[in-house]
Design a protein around this ligand. Sequence first.
Ligand code: FES
Length: 115
Amino acid sequence: MFEVDFKPATAPLFTLRICINRRLNTDNLPNCTGRGSRGLADQLEQLIDGEGLPVKVLRGPCMNNCAKGPNLKIQGADYFNLDSDVSDARVEEIMSAVRREVACRTSGAAPGPAV
Ligand code: FES
């Protein structure tokens, strides 16, 4: 007999969308990648996978709020403008919102932003 480290695939309950747009022009306008969104996406994906949360991290294009980025959106719920702050406290704030949304959706309560 042998043991297999196998986790069955679960369909995600919702997506966490993160802008990873990078401006290729030279006008020095702000963009989310320039403010750390790609590293943040990797970090959040590791945390979500580590906790086994059924959430898909979706790296996407510009969300039209470049001056306040990195920008993130929990599908059907909270929206975050990090305004260049990718500190551990902000990451934990996002993870708390993700956990709350998972709990909400698995308990059958109505999803939505925190009050
Ligand atoms: S570059 Fe991220 S919102 Fe525009």
